[in-house]
Design a protein around this ligand. Structure first.
Ligand code: ADP
Length: 297
């Protein structure tokens, strides 16, 4: 079983002709709402790939809470440990997309900011039994630290989104940053070349293994003194939103099934590559049969 501890956000997406500057109002197109949030995306990614997934998180006491709960349950995710928080809105992301596809995003954490150590302690039995516990950084550090402490299996931490001041838990088995997140964790410039990525990743201590996701350049896997560059699968991407979430969900499934880190990383690259060929976050996430067919060529 895979435990995902993290955020649930309702994404509100509006097309805009151009992004407003401070003080300006722009008229946008019709608003669309989609279930999102890194935690929910990674849980859905893992469930769609055949993972047995349980979620630890918080929603508010509003209609958006029902949308989010329905969305994860519809994918077969166990929502028993998703708690409604009275008097607080469900997390939302306000996303404006311009004609070039550039977006600006405001995340309003709402109930996600109320997830704490007590929520993880209430789910202690689940966390102890989980083969893999998956964490990100859209909930308070306190919740992540408690989850990592209680986890009986592999702890996979995706330190996203990157922001100064976030402190990853001390007991992480597999840390999965992208280039920007690696730079934020190490306080170094965003690494350009593979050699730069290796040098930056080596500065990270406290993680058993590090997998740096490199977009169209694949991933760099660092385990002990050795490192391995796994190139990305060649696809024609249309939208890379949630590629990282797709990768983390898939990695969790493969590790829960007992694959090696290298095997799991290659499999997760296939799932993530498929997700880049489709629009949206959760709608783009691959199913297991698609990954197997993709790998079979
Ligand atoms: P994030 O979305 O967190 O920034 P990345 O952009 O690094 O994450 O993407 C995560 C993974 O998705 C990559 O390691 C790679 O396996 C896959 N991926 C992303 N972009 C592409 C692409 N253009 N072609 C093929 N695979 C991709």
């Amino acid at each position: 079983m895979i435990a995902v501890v993290g955020s649930l956000n309702l994404d509100l997406v509006t097309p805009v002709p151009g992004h407003p500057v401070p003080g300006e109002t722009v008229l946008g197109g019709d608003i669309a709402q989609h279930p999102g949030g890194k935690g929910a995306n990674q849980a859905v990614a893992a469930a769609r790939l055949g993972g047995d997934v349980a979620f630890v998180g918080r929603v508010g006491a509003d209609d958006a809470a029902d949308v989010m709960l329905d969305a994860v349950r519809a994918e077969g995710v166990d929502a028993t440990h998703i708690t409604r928080t009275p008097g607080v809105p469900t997390g939302r992301a306000l996303i404006a997309v311009d004609p070039a596809g550039e977006n600006t995003i405001i995340v309003s954490p709402g109930a996600n900011a109320h997830l704490g150590a007590a929520d993880c302690e209430a789910a202690a039995d689940l966390l102890r039994r989980a083969a893999v516990t998956v964490l990100q950084q859209e909930v308070p550090d306190e919740a992540n630290h408690a989850a990592a402490r209680l986890a009986g299996g592999i702890v996979l931490h995706n330190p996203a989104p990157a922001f100064a001041g976030a402190v990853p838990p001390p007991h992480v088995d597999v840390l999965v940053p992208n280039r920007t997140e690696l730079a934020a964790l190490t306080g170094t410039p965003v690494p350009e070349t593979i050699d730069d990525v290796v040098a930056s990743a080596r500065k990270l201590t406290g993680a058993g293994a590090v997998i740096v996701t490199l977009g169209g350049d694949g991933v760099l896997l660092l385990e002990g003194a050795s490192h391995l560059h796994i190139p990305a699968f060649s696809v024609r991407p249309v939208d890379t939103t949630a590629a990282g979430d797709s990768f983390c969900g898939a990695l969790a499934v493969a590790l829960a099934e007992g694959r090696t880190l290298e095997q799991a990383a290659r499999w997760a690259c296939a799932a993530a590559a498929i997700s880049t060929t489709r629009a949206g976050a959760q709608p783009s996430l691959a199913r297991r049969d698609e990954v197997e067919a993709f790998l079979a060529g």
